[in-house]
Design a protein around this ligand. Structure first.
Ligand code: COA
Length: 316
């Protein structure tokens, strides 16, 4: 299925913000309680340190407030809040309710759980709502995976961490920034990575690795096809920040050089829903993205989900 945005009403990024908890846990810190080493973690994952702490609501409010301030908009002018998270603070209500109230908004608010692909899901859902007449949407990707990580399990404890990224999307007439997109999920693979309610994460790391490369490449190719672009027309790829070796393998198969890849995982670890916005806005804030650049976002995660989107970036 090739999905092309309707093109009548599109959207653009008006403001964005990120949040990381102040507590930094280095690989060396982990060696105090786990049979591992800084060298092993760096070589096998690319991760050097990660931020741990906060709640999904508190990090979302911090990132969301920055996005609202940058956009210079009244919180009451926002028509919907879409929060991507796989670690809600409560079973009921959705964490987006807490965040909406915390940001002084009055609008529809709901959570999306598509694991680490969730921010791209939220981005595309927001475009759908805008195509149906909404004018302004706050999307947030936040996870506090440290709360569902078994800190005595070296298989997972070296990977997962906490963070948030948020953006205000505003309606524009014409096609807007989204050129093409793709969603995927394969529930038959759910046992590769899961956490039962109230329990910690279980992961078959090797199999997740193998499948991740395949689904990322497949999804990215579908979005490229939908957008009418080829891989060499992509100026920046923003992959899910899970493992540098997964990113390298996927980029190699897509024939996109690592010099065009946004990477923050050495600083953040795997922050699930937050990982793509953390990497995207780091690249934008560091002037790696120019007006008119084609940016490919591609995520994968538990479920086994995948999602991608091609955006033509415009700051104005
Ligand atoms: N520290 C030190 N040694 C470790 C270790 C750790 N944290 N974890 C595993 N090892 C050891 C293993 O016991 C094994 O030792 P052996 O050769 O003596 O048997 C060796 O290192 C290799 O283990 P292996 O499991 O093959 O490592 P790997 O290269 O597959 O890396 C992951 C493990 C988890 C880092 C990797 O599989 C991965 O990143 N998978 C994807 C996970 C992911 O992205 N999850 C999130 C999806 S959103």
């Amino acid at each position: 299925m090739t999905l092309i945005p309707a093109g009548t009403i599109g959207a653009k990024f008006l403001g964005w913000g990120t949040a990381l908890p102040p507590k930094v846990v280095s690989n060396d810190d982990l060696t105090k309680t786990l049979d591992t080493s800084d060298e092993w973690i760096r070589e096998r994952t690319g991760i050097e340190r990660r931020h741990i702490g906060g709640s999904t609501a508190s990090l979302s409010i911090e990132a969301g407030r920055k996005a609202i301030e940058m956009a210079g908009v009244d919180p009451l002018s926002i028509d919907a809040l879409v929060l991507s998270t796989t670690t809600p603070d409560r079973t009921v209500p959705a964490t987006s309710a807490t965040v909406q109230h915390g940001l002084g908004m009055r609008c529809g608010a709901f959570d999306v759980n598509a694991a680490c692909s969730g921010f791209v899901y939220a981005l595309v859902i927001a475009h759908g709502l805008i195509a149906m007449g909404m004018k302004r949407i706050l999307i947030i990707g936040t996870d506090t995976l440290s709360r569902i990580t078994d800190w005595s399990d070296r298989n997972t404890a070296i990977l997962f961490a906490d963070g948030s990224g948020a953006a205000i999307l505003d309606a524009v007439s014409g096609p807007g920034q989204l050129l093409g997109w793709d969603f995927d999920a394969d529930g038959s693979l759910e046992d590769l990575l899961y956490a039962d309610i109230g329990k910690t994460l279980h992961m078959d790391g090797k199999e997740v690795f193998r499948r991740a490369v395949r689904v990322m490449v497949d999804s990215a190719e579908k979005s490229l096809k939908a957008s009418g672009l080829t891989a060499n027309e992509i100026d920046l790829i923003v992959p899910h920040q899970a493992n540098i070796r997964i990113i390298e393998a996927a980029c190699k198969r897509l024939d996109i050089p690592m010099s065009k890849t946004a990477v923050v995982l050495h600083e953040t670890g795997n922050t699930s829903s937050a990982s793509i916005p953390l990497a995207l806005f780091d690249a934008v804030d560091n002037h790696r993205v120019k007006n008119g650049d084609n940016v490919l976002l591609v995520g994968f995660g538990a479920g086994m989900t995948a999602a991608s989107a091609v955006i033509k970036w415009h700051n104005s």
